[in-house]
Design a protein around this ligand. Structure first.
Ligand code: SF4
Length: 179
Protein backbone atom coordinates (compact mmCIF):
# COMPACT_ATOMS: atom_id res chain seq x y z
CA UNK A 1 0.00 0.00 0.00
CA UNK A 2 1.24 3.53 -0.79
CA UNK A 3 1.16 6.37 1.73
CA UNK A 4 2.40 9.92 1.71
CA UNK A 5 1.92 10.95 5.30
CA UNK A 6 1.88 9.13 8.63
CA UNK A 7 1.47 11.09 11.84
CA UNK A 8 0.02 10.79 15.31
CA UNK A 9 -2.63 13.30 16.31
CA UNK A 10 -6.16 13.80 17.62
CA UNK A 11 -9.32 13.06 15.67
CA UNK A 12 -11.07 16.40 15.45
CA UNK A 13 -14.24 15.44 13.56
CA UNK A 14 -17.33 13.30 13.88
CA UNK A 15 -18.38 10.94 16.65
CA UNK A 16 -14.80 10.00 17.57
CA UNK A 17 -13.66 13.55 18.24
CA UNK A 18 -10.88 13.63 20.85
CA UNK A 19 -9.58 10.15 20.06
CA UNK A 20 -5.82 9.79 19.77
CA UNK A 21 -4.88 8.03 16.53
CA UNK A 22 -2.11 7.28 14.09
CA UNK A 23 -3.25 8.79 10.80
CA UNK A 24 -2.17 7.06 7.60
CA UNK A 25 -2.83 9.24 4.58
CA UNK A 26 -2.85 7.58 1.18
CA UNK A 27 -2.28 9.26 -2.19
CA UNK A 28 -4.70 9.02 -5.10
CA UNK A 29 -8.41 9.61 -5.32
CA UNK A 30 -11.20 8.69 -7.71
CA UNK A 31 -12.73 12.19 -7.34
CA UNK A 32 -11.32 15.69 -7.89
CA UNK A 33 -13.29 18.05 -5.65
CA UNK A 34 -12.69 21.77 -6.05
CA UNK A 35 -12.59 22.32 -2.27
CA UNK A 36 -10.22 19.43 -1.50
CA UNK A 37 -7.68 20.39 1.17
CA UNK A 38 -5.43 17.34 0.84
CA UNK A 39 -2.43 16.85 -1.40
CA UNK A 40 -3.67 13.56 -2.88
CA UNK A 41 -2.11 13.98 -6.35
CA UNK A 42 1.34 13.04 -5.05
CA UNK A 43 2.60 9.51 -5.77
CA UNK A 44 3.56 8.67 -2.19
CA UNK A 45 5.82 5.84 -1.06
CA UNK A 46 5.26 2.16 -0.62
CA UNK A 47 4.71 1.38 3.05
CA UNK A 48 7.12 -1.39 4.14
CA UNK A 49 5.32 -4.57 5.24
CA UNK A 50 7.10 -4.38 8.59
CA UNK A 51 5.67 -0.94 9.47
CA UNK A 52 3.56 -0.83 12.62
CA UNK A 53 2.03 2.09 14.57
CA UNK A 54 3.07 2.84 18.12
CA UNK A 55 1.49 0.19 20.34
CA UNK A 56 0.25 2.77 22.92
CA UNK A 57 -2.08 4.35 20.35
CA UNK A 58 -5.14 2.14 19.91
CA UNK A 59 -6.56 3.57 16.68
CA UNK A 60 -5.16 3.73 13.16
CA UNK A 61 -7.09 6.13 10.97
CA UNK A 62 -6.91 5.62 7.19
CA UNK A 63 -7.57 8.78 5.24
CA UNK A 64 -6.65 10.27 1.90
CA UNK A 65 -7.14 10.96 -0.89
CA UNK A 66 -9.42 7.97 -1.09
CA UNK A 67 -7.91 5.10 0.95
CA UNK A 68 -10.24 2.45 -0.51
CA UNK A 69 -8.78 3.23 -3.94
CA UNK A 70 -5.43 1.86 -2.73
CA UNK A 71 -4.21 -1.56 -3.76
CA UNK A 72 -3.31 -3.57 -0.67
CA UNK A 73 -5.66 -1.84 1.75
CA UNK A 74 -7.39 -5.09 2.73
CA UNK A 75 -4.14 -6.83 3.74
CA UNK A 76 -2.99 -3.72 5.59
CA UNK A 77 -6.20 -3.47 7.62
CA UNK A 78 -6.47 -7.21 8.29
CA UNK A 79 -2.88 -7.37 9.53
CA UNK A 80 -3.27 -4.46 11.94
CA UNK A 81 -6.60 -5.76 13.28
CA UNK A 82 -5.13 -9.24 13.77
CA UNK A 83 -2.41 -7.58 15.85
CA UNK A 84 -5.05 -5.79 17.96
CA UNK A 85 -5.08 -2.29 16.61
CA UNK A 86 -8.44 -0.76 15.77
CA UNK A 87 -8.72 0.58 12.25
CA UNK A 88 -11.00 3.38 11.07
CA UNK A 89 -11.47 4.73 7.58
CA UNK A 90 -12.64 8.03 6.17
CA UNK A 91 -14.00 7.47 2.67
CA UNK A 92 -16.06 9.25 0.05
CA UNK A 93 -18.26 6.12 -0.04
CA UNK A 94 -18.04 5.46 -3.78
CA UNK A 95 -16.04 2.23 -3.47
CA UNK A 96 -17.10 -0.89 -1.55
CA UNK A 97 -15.42 -1.74 1.75
CA UNK A 98 -12.86 -4.49 1.02
CA UNK A 99 -12.87 -5.82 4.60
CA UNK A 100 -14.14 -5.12 8.10
CA UNK A 101 -13.22 -1.83 9.76
CA UNK A 102 -13.81 -0.91 13.42
CA UNK A 103 -15.20 2.47 12.42
CA UNK A 104 -16.35 3.80 9.05
CA UNK A 105 -16.97 7.45 8.28
CA UNK A 106 -18.50 8.25 4.90
CA UNK A 107 -18.26 11.80 3.64
CA UNK A 108 -19.98 11.77 0.24
CA UNK A 109 -18.35 13.79 -2.52
CA UNK A 110 -21.00 13.13 -5.12
CA UNK A 111 -24.68 12.33 -5.43
CA UNK A 112 -26.59 9.54 -3.69
CA UNK A 113 -26.45 7.39 -6.86
CA UNK A 114 -22.62 7.37 -6.68
CA UNK A 115 -22.54 5.70 -3.26
CA UNK A 116 -21.35 2.10 -2.97
CA UNK A 117 -21.62 2.33 0.84
CA UNK A 118 -24.96 3.39 2.35
CA UNK A 119 -24.40 2.18 5.93
CA UNK A 120 -21.66 3.41 8.27
CA UNK A 121 -20.89 4.59 11.78
CA UNK A 122 -20.65 8.25 10.77
CA UNK A 123 -22.12 10.12 7.84
CA UNK A 124 -20.56 13.53 7.37
CA UNK A 125 -22.02 15.84 4.74
CA UNK A 126 -19.97 18.89 3.80
CA UNK A 127 -21.92 22.11 3.32
CA UNK A 128 -22.53 24.19 1.30
CA UNK A 129 -21.14 21.97 -1.51
CA UNK A 130 -23.53 19.09 -0.68
CA UNK A 131 -27.12 18.95 0.53
CA UNK A 132 -27.72 16.89 3.73
CA UNK A 133 -31.32 16.21 2.63
CA UNK A 134 -30.02 14.12 -0.28
CA UNK A 135 -28.54 11.61 2.18
CA UNK A 136 -31.38 11.26 4.69
CA UNK A 137 -31.81 7.60 3.61
CA UNK A 138 -28.25 6.77 4.64
CA UNK A 139 -28.08 4.28 7.53
CA UNK A 140 -25.62 5.82 10.03
CA UNK A 141 -25.34 5.78 13.82
CA UNK A 142 -24.34 9.44 13.69
CA UNK A 143 -25.16 12.00 11.02
CA UNK A 144 -23.24 15.25 10.81
CA UNK A 145 -23.28 18.45 8.84
CA UNK A 146 -19.78 19.88 8.56
CA UNK A 147 -18.99 23.29 7.08
CA UNK A 148 -16.17 23.71 4.61
CA UNK A 149 -13.38 25.32 6.60
CA UNK A 150 -12.61 28.00 4.01
CA UNK A 151 -16.24 29.04 3.62
CA UNK A 152 -17.30 28.93 7.28
CA UNK A 153 -18.82 32.29 8.20
CA UNK A 154 -20.23 31.47 11.64
CA UNK A 155 -22.22 28.81 13.39
CA UNK A 156 -25.65 30.43 12.95
CA UNK A 157 -25.31 30.27 9.19
CA UNK A 158 -25.36 26.46 9.47
CA UNK A 159 -28.46 26.24 11.68
CA UNK A 160 -30.97 26.01 8.83
CA UNK A 161 -28.95 23.30 7.07
CA UNK A 162 -28.95 20.70 9.87
CA UNK A 163 -31.81 18.19 9.47
CA UNK A 164 -33.67 16.89 12.51
CA UNK A 165 -31.57 14.30 14.38
CA UNK A 166 -28.31 15.42 12.78
CA UNK A 167 -25.46 17.24 14.54
CA UNK A 168 -22.79 19.75 13.71
CA UNK A 169 -19.22 18.57 13.19
CA UNK A 170 -16.31 20.99 12.98
CA UNK A 171 -12.67 20.43 12.08
CA UNK A 172 -11.65 20.87 15.71
CA UNK A 173 -8.04 19.88 15.04
CA UNK A 174 -7.70 23.17 13.12
CA UNK A 175 -8.88 25.13 16.17
CA UNK A 176 -6.51 23.07 18.32
CA UNK A 177 -3.58 23.85 16.03
CA UNK A 178 -2.79 20.20 15.27
CA UNK A 179 -2.95 18.20 12.03
S1 SF4 B 1 -13.00 12.80 -2.45
FE1 SF4 B 1 -11.95 13.75 -0.71
S2 SF4 B 1 -9.75 13.43 -1.12
FE2 SF4 B 1 -10.84 13.02 -3.03
S3 SF4 B 1 -10.73 14.98 -4.13
FE3 SF4 B 1 -12.68 14.94 -3.01
S4 SF4 B 1 -12.24 15.95 -1.03
FE4 SF4 B 1 -10.28 15.41 -1.98
Amino acid sequence: MRTYEIFESWQGEGSMVGTRATFVRTPGCNKDCAFCDTNWKVRGNRLPDVWRPRREVEWVWLTGGEPLWQEGVKDFVDTLRAERWKVAVETNGTLPLPTHFDHVCVSPKGGWNELAITKADDLKVIVPSFRPSEYCGFDAKHKFVQPEWNRFRGIEEISTQVPRGWRLSMQNHKFWGVR
